[in-house]
Design a protein around this ligand. Structure first.
Ligand code: CP
Ligand code: NVA
Length: 309
């Protein structure tokens, strides 16, 4: 029986296949409850701190709605309005929040900020995106892939910035579920050796496969899922000009996806910029709205799993 009570949720690589499977199942159960109008105020009276150092559309709103549906109060904190912006140490913030709230969710620039929070707060800490990973996103995405394609023998291509948070988490998530994941990225933006080795070790354990290539066609050849993300992640705006030039051959165009399986699905964590053409984004292959919806159900699953007694 999986029990995640009190755990932090910083990176998917910290979880076993059974645990991730449990969270996907739970997400699906919450989705069904909402569809049927079954109330689920299981965490009434609890409070979640939602600290954001960066902008957000989906993560913030799905978390706030998830909290509301579960009966928790979501306390949104824009970092610029806290004393952190004037130099208050994160470890002090964590120790104070620990006295007020039951769970701390944070979107941060540096992953080490989350690790410091987790070290100093007894309350569970949830990663709402860091420079290293975006596990809430990929948990919802695994539910989407399962709904559309099942999770047996699926091949996924991530095309674009292979060294960003979403690519990292997709590698870990796919590896944990025993899937094949191909990263198609320019050499300079491929996953680091360290991340590759971490993901590969997990893939070996669960029968998954990780392939990294600088050939976008090789990446998408016959795959079931084509996934992309922005070329300029939050925090990298200064590099925009150079990045857009280097990533150009990795744009998800109709010519590229013609190499995927004929019934492939297109996924994007959103927001989108220039990395995918409208032709692909608006096509019948695109599942981006279901994918965005599933963020709500998976956010709920994580908060509930970490807090339920
Ligand atoms: N996909 C995602 O995390 O979106 P936001 O940046 O809008 O939260
Ligand atoms: N890689 C993107 C994801 C946004 C949800 C970023 O970090 O900006």
């Amino acid at each position: 029986m999986v029990n995640l009570h009190g755990r932090d949720f910083l990176c998917l690589k910290d979880f076993t296949q059974d645990e991730v499977q449990y969270l996907i199942d739970l997400s699906s159960e919450f989705k069904e409850k909402l569809r049927k109008g079954i109330e689920h105020y299981y965490l009434r009276g609890k409070v979640a701190a939602l600290l954001f150092e960066k902008p957000s559309t989906r993560t913030r709103s799905s978390l706030e709605v998830a909290c509301y549906h579960l009966g928790l109060h979501p306390m949104y904190m824009d970092v610029t309005t806290t004393q952190i912006s004037r130099g208050e140490p994160i470890k002090d913030f964590a120790r104070v929040m620990d006295r007020y709230v039951n769970i701390i969710v944070a979107r941060v620039y540096k992953h080490s900020t989350l690790e410091a929070m987790a070290k100093y707060a007894n309350a569970p800490v949830v990663n709402a995106l860091s420079d290293f990973s975006h596990p809430l996103q990929i948990l919802g995405d695994l539910l989407t892939i399962r709904e559309k394609k099942g999770l047996e023998g699926i091949r996924i291509a991530f095309v674009g910035d292979g060294d960003n948070n979403v690519a990292h988490s997709l590698m870990f998530g796919a590896a944990i579920m025993g899937l094949e994941i191909r990263i198609g990225a320019p050499e300079k933006y491929q996953p680091s050796r360290e991340v590759f080795e971490q993901a590969n070790k997990i893939a070996e354990k669960y029968g998954g496969k990780i392939i990294v290539t600088s050939d976008p066609i090789k990446a998408v050849k016959d795959v079931d899922v084509v996934y992309t993300d922005v070329w300029v992640s939050m925090g990298f705006e200064k590099e925009a000009k150079e990045r857009i030039k280097v990533f150009e051959p990795f744009r998800v165009t109709w010519d590229l996806v013609e190499h995927a399986a004929s019934d492939f699905i297109f996924m994007h964590c959103l927001p989108r910029h220039e990395e995918v053409t409208d032709e692909v984004f608006e096509s019948k292959h695109s599942v981006v709205w279901d994918q965005a919806e599933n963020r709500l159900h998976s956010a709920k699953a994580v908060i509930y799993a970490l807090l339920k007694e």
